[in-house]
Design a protein around this ligand. Sequence first.
Ligand code: SAM
Length: 413
Amino acid sequence: MYEQTTVRRTVCGDGENLLVCGTVQRLPKEILALRGQVQFVYLDPPFMTGETFRRKRVYGEKGWRRGSPSLSLEGYADRFADEREYLRFLRRLVSTSRELLQEEGVFCLHLDWRMSAQGRVLCDRLFGKERFLNEIIWSYESGGRSKKCFSRKHDTILMYARSAKYRFDLTRVPLPRGEHRKNHMARGIDETGRSYSSIVSGGREYRYYDDDPVYPGDVWTDIGFLQQQDPERTGYPTQKPEKLIERLMKPVVQPGDRVADLCCGSGTTLAAAEKLGCLYAGLDACPEAIAVCQARLKAENLTVIAPTAEDSVPLNAGYDEEAGRLRIGGLELVGPPYPENAKSLDLVEAWEIGRAEKDVFRTERRYQRSFQYPALIDSLSLGRENLPDLLVTDAAGIRRVYRWKENQKENPD
Ligand SMILES: C[S@@+](CC[C@H](N)C(=O)[O-])C[C@H]1O[C@@H](n2cnc3c(N)ncnc32)[C@H](O)[C@@H]1O
């Protein structure tokens, strides 16, 4: 029979990439150890909207296969007593980010109309005004429209260099040449067959070849918010598009560089870093965010560190002597947000076998649902002697650890 046990932290994997559930106020030592080693930090903190974000999260084989049913969960709370409290939080985030950066590193702070002015003053103080690189305007069309003032349709991304030696290669983000540039210009084809638009000014001809790349300025209108049906969408509230973060990151990083995000949410920065061949470190206070990231990122070369719940939820798991198998029946979760009629295995998103030692559970093997593999395996062929401890992550992303208790009659369903 398996019984829940109190284990403070769980550690899955021993890769160079890091995903940690914790707060910037009590910075986990694994993140602190990266001081001076990070090339790019992106921060997309709560914007001080006063909202508690909710999200829907699919569960069970049917949910992962078809996108429903789902649980309605409280996401993260973007609530602060007042501006002072918010700025204390932001100061901690920005100063920690600065400490993480190496000399050539670059920092981005993503805010909106509520706090971007205060953010600018704070970054000027912490990085120095001379380290300011850009105030990028990310303009989009989605969301409601105001009649009382012009609609607020942009976010602001402040970009700062750690030192004068920062790395930045704009040629890594070429854009297709826009049609607008050609409208008032003459068209031509040169002797090598290349087409161009041209304008004569001061007696001199300026040519703009169609196949010459152009580079982004600081107002970005060509990247939209993620749509409801976007395959990139995880359902995590306020998820940003990978394309946006990739454009910020690409001029600054090379494969093998380390990228960090201290409010990583659904893991957009980490997914973009992974695609660019960078190492990454993600921190988030919300356990569900860590579970979302874990489903989104590759498991190789990754270490995931997270706390466990202190509640008490029975697990149906036991040893089937005849088949020689360890069987997982599921979790007995009752009450909101878990639906009454859900089968208990449906409420399991992932399970791991491993050892709980000195307050830490270390994973040896992990099984998890995903859109690609919606069914969860529910048994393992194992010898009776030395049954492993179990870590079970439920559909809301909460982790619990269970220890095998000998000398008890077990019920393998
Ligand atoms: C705007 S969301 C980030 C969304 C993310 N960029 C994405 O694309 O999914 C802000 C995140 O900050 C996290 N957060 C809030 N307070 C925090 C704290 N004190 N320390 C670490 N993370 C925190 C929230 O849990 C939330 O996931």
